[in-house]
Design a binder for this molecule. Structure first.
Ligand code: SF4
Length: 485
């Protein structure tokens, strides 16, 4: 009997990307293999949509894609379609009413139920909808199929205790649940044993980590503990929150060599009035003071952010405040979003929704300013040496100029000219020193020879993976690699 195959389609944040690694791990543990065919379903017997509900068009996109999948399913007897993630947690059985060809709907709190629900739907020839109001199992206890041999995501908490008025996450992922430090460190050690060089600690608000077990300094302690793990080259984390960002975390970042000098700190708006309406619990002065403290302790830190333009009630003056803060903050990059109503959030029913044309005009001005500053910050690095962890499938790999890409310690994207012969090139996961020879707004180039190339255990793991017939990585407990859209 031929093995059934699966295909996971992921939308949204890093939490979802990591959850999709769990979904793949669960399906592989129940005997399915990753599909490798063409088209939206990749020719799979089981297609899983891991959905996001952050923005208005999330609904349209999901139901549109489910419509496409219906026609594919008609041609593929026995095919099953499952919908999970935040849209499933929000819409529940509405999904099977609007798309009756869907076989399973599962929520953000019961990812582990998927294989059982698929089996039950097949046996009973009836759609299965199972949504839980609270977390059943901490996701890290589920089997995982990691996407990368040398980099891994590690969840430290799920859910969020904040109530930002534009955000639907607390309703769909629940209150914050913290994982015990011992479990986190055990998973990291297991990943390093597998060849992982870089880990990213994941949480909706990593700075609040420990609130559930009464230790407000737990996150800084966790960063320092990561510094004790041999073979762990790089530690990153996302997302921090300015309201809980404390000096002990800055000290831990500055004093722990393998914690990277890069910080993604969501600003959202530079206007104190808008920050109040967003219920972000900090103001622009506090935000800039944190950046100043970080730069005092870590002068070469690269700081990135998230900014929403056109929040209800945002005036021209408010927007000018945002531009002023961006000028002072000198971000190396920013994810910029045009506000869109998220039904079910307080902001969704606020008065003074800003007209689309005004939002668009402000958005273009913001992106222009952000790119000018990012480019200026990048140009300042020309002539400097940076350490690059080479990556697979990232950025440009143009055969003509023999380039590979990777990330510097401050998370900047670097395209590096590499030797013509593959045997002389770094492998993804390897680490080398390069001199920056050119700067663009969103990346750096190095056209000089790589120096001090280290063939790492991450590179070995990548090579072993790509030598292996199935190319499977770490199907096992608690092993862990985005995209932001
Ligand atoms: S901190 Fe705010 S924006 Fe982030 S997940 Fe929590 S409620 Fe949403």
């Amino acid at each position: 009997m031929t093995e059934r195959s699966y295909h996971v389609i992921t939308y949204g944040c890093q939490m979802n990307v990591h959850d999709s690694e769990r979904i793949s791990g669960l399906l592989e543990e129940s005997g399915l293999v990753r599909a490798s065919g063409e088209g939206p379903s990749a020719g799979a017997d089981v297609v899983v949509f891991n959905t996001c509900a952050v923005r208005e068009n999330a609904d349209n996109r999901l139901y549109g894609n489910l419509g496409h999948m219906a026609r594919i399913k008609e041609q593929h007897p026995g095919m099953q379609i499952a919908v999970g993630g935040c849209m499933a947690q929000k819409d529940r059985d509405l999904i099977v009413r609007k798309a009756p060809w869907v076989d399973v709907v599962f929520g953000t709190h019961n990812v582990g139920s998927l294989p059982t629900l698929l089996e039950r739907a097949r046996a009973e020839r009836e759609a299965q909808v199972e949504i839980k109001e609270a977390l059943e199992t901490f996701p890290s206890n589920l089997p995982t199929r990691r996407d990368s041999a040398y980099a891994g995501w590690v969840s430290i908490s799920v859910g969020c205790n904040n109530t930002c008025t534009f955000c639907i996450v607390p309703q769909l992922r629940g209150k914050e649940t913290d994982r015990r430090p011992g479990d986190i460190l055990a998973e990291i050690r297991m990943l390093v044993d597998e060849g992982v060089q870089e880990i990213t600690l994941l949480g909706q608000n990593v700075n609040a980590y420990g609130v559930e077990f009464g230790d407000r300094r737990a996150f800084a302690k966790l960063l320092r503990a990561c510094g004790e793990i041999d073979g762990l080259e790089r530690v990153r984390f996302t997302s921090p929150h300015p309201k809980d960002f404390t000096d002990d975390v800055i000290a831990a970042m500055a004093e722990t060599p393998n914690v990277m000098p890069s910080l993604h700190m969501p600003l959202q708006s530079g206007s104190d009035k808008v920050l109040k309406d967003m219920r972000r619990s900090y103001r622009s002065r506090r935000f800039l003071d944190i950046l100043a403290s970080v730069r005092e302790s870590i002068p070469h830190a690269a700081i990135t952010t998230d900014i929403i333009v056109g929040f209800p009630g945002e005036t021209d003056e408010d927007f000018e405040d945002t531009l002023r803060v961006v000028e002072q903050a000198r971000f190396s990059a920013a994810f910029t979003f045009q506000y869109s109503i998220r039904p079910g959030t307080p902001a969704g029913s606020m008065p003074n929704q800003v007209p689309k044309a005004v939002v668009q005009e402000r958005y273009e001005r913001l992106v222009k300013l952000v790119d000018e500053i990012a480019w200026a910050e990048n140009r300042a690095l020309v002539g400097q040496d940076v350490e690059v962890l080479f990556a697979e499938g990232e950025g440009r790999k143009d055969a003509a100029t023999h380039r590979m890409s990777g990330r510097a310690r401050d998370n900047r994207l670097v395209h590096v000219t590499v030797p013509e012969f593959p045997a002389q090139r770094p492998r993804p996961g390897d680490i080398g020193q390069v001199r920056v020879t050119y700067a663009a707004p969103h990346h750096l180039n190095s056209d000089e020879p790589i120096r001090g190339l280290r063939r790492t255990r991450g590179g070995d793991a990548w090579e072993a993976l790509h030598a292996a017939p199935t190319g499977q990585v770490g199907v096992g407990l608690g092993m862990p690699t985005m995209r932001r859209d």
